[in-house]
Design a protein around this ligand. Sequence first.
Ligand code: SF4
Length: 645
Amino acid sequence: MAQLTKLRRGRYEHPFLPISRADLDARGWDACDIIIISGDAYVDHPAFGPPLIARFLEGRGFKVGFIAQPDWRSIDDFRTLGKPRLFFGIAAGNMDSMLNRLTAQKKNRGEDQYSPGGERDRRPDRATIVYANRAREAYPDVPIVLGGIEASLRRIAHYDYWSDTVRRSILLDAKADLLVFGMGERPIWEIASRLKNGESIDQLRDVRGTAFPVGKREADTIAAQASERVSDGRVVVMPSYDEVRSDRHKYALASRTLHFETNPYNARPLLQRDRWDGSGVYFNPPALPLDTAWMDELYDLPFNRAPHPIYNDAPVPAFETVKHSLVIMRGCFGGCTFCSITEHEGRVIQNRSADSVLRELRAMRRMEDFRGTVSDLGGPTANMYQMRCESEKFESKCRRLSCVHPTICEHLETDHGPLIDLMKKVRAEEGVKHVHIASGVRTDLVVDGDRGQEYLEELTRHHVGGQLSVAPEHVSDDTLKLMKKPGIESYDRFTEQFRCASQAAGKDQYLVPYFISGHPGSKLEDMIELALYLKRKGYRPRQVQDFIPTPMSLAATMYHTGIDPITMKPCYTARGLKEKKLQKALLLYWNPEQHDLVREALTLAGRTDLIGNGPECLVPPAPRRPPTRAPKPAPRRPLHKRRAS
Ligand code: SF4
């Protein structure tokens, strides 16, 4: 009821979705059709996945309730809104719950960015599994549909960095009925509509972008139709969970197959058996990408662009970061192996229209604290807006994992023109003073893409708030190849162009390059090469990324197996936490707090020549510590006195 009172006072433009029995009564509902459960705080903003899906279903006529960060220690919170008519939709939130809590060194993070006040411990580890099991206990006969990034990237047997084990599909541990992977709108709409029209959850066997558990008999029937031939388009039987768990080579093979079956225009269904009993999981091909009409529909939904009032204005850190930003597209065709965006959002760029972006900007202008600065105009990558494969014929057959690596594909349309037009339109809006680009710029597209130079001029003249984030990630060719990133010379060309363009614009601004330590392929020697590069260029990165093998990424496969799954050749990987720490320290060689570790790394690599005070050295010699004196022995009592005592 409290939320409706606030609405009457006019603070929020739209009613929030019901979160309590009182909210249902206020709407005159006896029950919800669908209840979405999320591990994040309820923030009514399109950057938050579960609320976006909830608003989307509401917009399509369903009665949707929302349970945020329920107490998982009992089933009470899972019964707050009663029993849903169609299903529970369950997500861990915008991030994998393990990644959300733990760092690369497996230590607790300082705060939970997706909780009010940044509070930790508001969600369990492996939240998807825990929530699904509680929801099942609360209402055993209600179908459970998993979604969100945690479920999506753990849908198949996968390496889990935090437990250092291979885990089976999350669908089986959660004992759920269906799992939606990738972008959820199309599958969730089909699931909701078909259930509403009377089909049972067990009949939903052909929804693109979903996976479901199969018993032995069904798995046998499916396996009998399998074919090795790509052109047949028939189901592919993957190595089983048992096989990938015990055999690293088979794990790498399974990862390879999975990644080559991600193009929605030619991907085949997959079957992975679980254990000795022959049951398993069946994966339909991925959902088709959203066209502009779908994308616009999503961003036109009635968001309050605010956290729910139950949080009493305690800031949700992730919301504070994105509240004045505009997402203009989804997807990424970069295919960087350490990143899961291509796997989760897809390789096809899904664009909003300029009108839709401007409508959202006008809604943002109505926010109390908007002062005219758009903090970001971007998406997974800043400059892929409206870029696409020029030919449906090639795209429908293509099995490349990246459109830009090892070189930019000749069929990729790289015109920056539509983005330049959009940037101009956003700048021209009344009440807008600054429009920053905070998303990472794909520098090779700027250097070699169509109208890249014009884009750079526009960018440097109007959109760099003093500094621009770019991600060369490394300097070593071998490591960059494994990452599927362009060589450092491409980045160097970009820095020169950026410097000239900034000078021409009369702006004193600089690049903030991001680098990763500990990535597969990267040895101590490579990190020393990188540290020397940083020193030569005068960079002192303050934020560095210690590589985390996130579920389902190709780099996680390299980390776990020591095999590059694309070439099936061995590759080096720093597996111990100590070596990861030493690699990270080399990126921070200039920081006195890291000097002991840097000296240790240089000594281990046989590069003590870089310890010293010379101009080429990375760190000074260890300070001479005063020799530790042995404590003075207590004066011995004269023998005669000892005897006397
Ligand atoms: S043909 Fe080229 S541009 Fe088209 S999808 Fe394949 S890699 Fe991308």
